[in-house]
Ligand binder design. Structure first.
Ligand SMILES: [Zn+2]
Length: 319
């Protein structure tokens, strides 16, 4: 008669192999080395990857990725990485060299894959994350690439991505509803560099910036004068400094126009610990809340008073 019950020895070996297999998976999951090029992308990757995976950001919070110069530590992190996430659209001009010089065999994933870029003066605007709809594409791209490289994580990362996308959709609907209540003439926002084109397109806002889509070039006196002239013709405008650029230019425009600086927006990087933009979601909420608060108080003053605050531009300091 055959023995139907497994021997204790077989049961032990089976159990041992299960435990070892699970440990190997958990250990690999913990040791999956994930690098992202800048803090906003690192946060989206963390949301999708879940708590088990640590994500290292090359450009840290409050730092400017446009003009970043990678360190030796960055090259080591990239060399050791299993997967490297970059924004693409020409944002990280330094990333190609960093990856090739570190001789990394990491899988390189471009988070903007599938997004149609906005073009500004013939150049691609890299700031695609400033649209929540694009943030959703980032999350899906991240989930797909993590599932490829670590198939045992696929169920978890896909569930994380789905929940995250739903959260972004809900915030997106809420912002669209709030902006729709603003008068058309009260939707102008001034920032130092042109980082919010995607936000503008999503919600029908107008962003003006003395600098272009990069942070390194200073505007000419003529461009600044034109911007100030343009500001005289809108009923209400909000003006903001940014966490990644010097506030000097914005302070000067505020002085010339009589506009009050409405605070600081987080355009290309999260805030350091304790700041209002410690995650992509917090960053978006902070930016939109600050913009709407400034525009709502501007439009509440009415156009007559709104114009009065601009005064006459005095450009002597720039000439
Ligand atoms: Zn930028």
């Amino acid at each position: 008669m055959p023995v139907l019950t497994p021997s204790p020895r077989r049961t032990f070996i089976w159990a041992l192999s299960c435990v070892l297999g699970l440990m190997a998976q958990l250990s690999f999951a913990r040791e999956l080395r994930v690098v992202a090029s800048f803090s906003i992308l690192a946060d989206i990757v963390s949301e999708v990857a879940g708590e088990a995976i640590e994500v290292e950001s090359i450009v840290g919070p409050d730092a400017d990725a446009h003009i970043y110069q990678p360190s030796v530590a960055d090259a080591i992190a990239v060399a050791d990485a299993d997967i490297v996430f970059v924004n693409g659209f020409g944002f990280e001009t330094w990333a190609g060299n960093l990856i090739s010089e570190s001789a990394s065999d990491a899988v390189v994933v471009i988070a903007t894959e599938g997004i149609t870029p906005i073009e500004v003066g013939g150049s691609v605007d890299p700031h695609a994350w400033n649209s929540l709809k694009n943030g959703m594409v980032y999350a899906r791209n991240i989930a797909a690439s993590l599932s490829d490289i670590a198939p045992w994580l696929a169920d978890q990362v896909n569930a994380n991505a789905q929940a995250y996308v739903q959260r972004l959709e809900s915030i997106d609907r809420d912002i669209a509803r709030r902006v729709s209540r603003l008068p058309e003439a009260s939707r102008t926002v001034v920032t130092s560099h042109d980082a919010f084109g995607y936000l503008a397109e999503d919600y029908g806002l107008t962003f003006l910036a003395p600098k272009g889509i990069d942070t390194d070039a200073e505007p000419t006196a003529q461009k600044l004068a034109e911007l100030i002239e343009q500001l005289k013709n809108v009923d209400a405008a909000a003006i903001f400094a940014e966490n990644v650029t010097s506030p000097a230019l914005i302070n000067q425009i505020a002085l010339e126009t009589g506009l009050e600086v409405g605070g600081r927006l987080y355009s290309d990087a999260l805030s350091v610990r304790g700041g209002p933009a410690k995650s992509y979601v917090d960053m978006f909420r902070h930016n939109v809340d600050s913009i709407l608060e400034a525009l709502e108080s501007g439009s509440a003053r009415g156009s007559a008073e709104g114009r009065k605050i601009y005064g006459q531009p005095q450009l002597t300091a720039m000439e």
